[in-house]
Write a protein that binds this ligand. Structure first.
Ligand code: OAD
Length: 239
């Protein structure tokens, strides 16, 4: 069902709201999405770059790719979609949860806080030897692969295919999805599990699901409202 923004805007007032974001919200900031016509996984195979096996096989190659992506994100700015989510949180912080699959940090740069980050953070590095974790925002990174003070190799603190989601973040996400009254699914293809399962969890618990996406997704069938279009244009109209 194709919808107008006005009933959705009204439904957000005084409701418990979850915003669940994917790569599409950063598309208008010129950060490429993973799937679709210009998606990253069209030109690069995920298993060659986004798995622990790939990293152990050729850490320099994997790091060169993520270092390139860090450069792209570093040059990007949050867009009106990110800013609208920040404003929704500012208006009712105790009733709003932002869950993101994105590793780019643009939500925080837009002013959002307490973001539930299901897939980690590209600006955090973790030692494969001693487990040390810390922020490093240098662009480009040198040397590649970067090294820990213990001499171990650092990896991006993100979730690769085949890895577990961070337990605390997942619990926060499930709690929020189960108690949501309105669940906004924004700019995600809704095909990568377990994250995509949050839409079903929220729907089953009685939330009104809203999809914000220019293209169809498998989650559309659960939606009370489908808002077709770019997040940077639609989300500001929900304020
Ligand atoms: P995808 O690349 O799979 O999907 C992006 C979605 O954004 C698509 O449905 C597009 O139609 C939509 N889209 C494109 N431009 C948009 C715009 N301007 N406004 C709103 N939507 C737009 O990205 P995710 O669903 O986030 O994993 O992918 C899930 C995970 O797969 C990612 O977190 C990543 C990837 O492998 C990790 O990094 C671990």
């Amino acid at each position: 069902m194709e919808s107008s923004t006005e009933p959705v805007r009204r439904s957000l007032k005084s409701a418990r709201v979850v915003a669940f974001a994917g790569a599409g919200i950063s598309a208008e900031s010129n950060v490429p999405t993973f799937r679709g016509a210009d998606g990253l996984w069209r030109n690069y195979r995920p298993e060659a770059l986004a798995t622990a096996e790939a990293f152990h096989g050729d850490p320099r190659l994997v790091w060169e790719w993520y270092d390139w992506l860090r450069g792209v994100i570093h040059a990007a700015q949050p867009n009106p979609g990110h800013l609208a989510l920040t404003e929704l949180q500012r208006r009712a912080p105790e009733k709003f949860t932002l869950i993101t699959q994105n590793i780019d940090g643009l939500h925080e740069r837009a002013g959002s806080h307490d973001v539930v980050k299901l897939h980690g953070d590209l600006w955090l590095l973790r030692c494969t030897q001693c487990g040390w974790e810390g922020r490093d925002e240098r662009v480009p990174l040198t040397p590649l692969p970067p090294l820990c003070h213990c001499g171990g190799m650092l990896r991006p603190a993100i979730v690769w295919f085949g890895e577990m989601l961070p337990v605390d973040e997942w619990e926060r996400a499930m709690d929020a999805a189960q108690s949501a009254e309105v669940f906004l699914s924004i700019g995600t293809s809704a095909v990568v599990y377990p994250a995509a399962g949050l839409v079903q969890v929220a729907h089953r618990a009685g939330a009104k699901v809203v999809i914000v996406n220019p293209d169809p997704t498998p989650a559309d069938e659960l939606a009370a409202w489908v808002l077709r279009g770019p997040a940077g244009e639609i989300l500001p109209r929900l304020l």
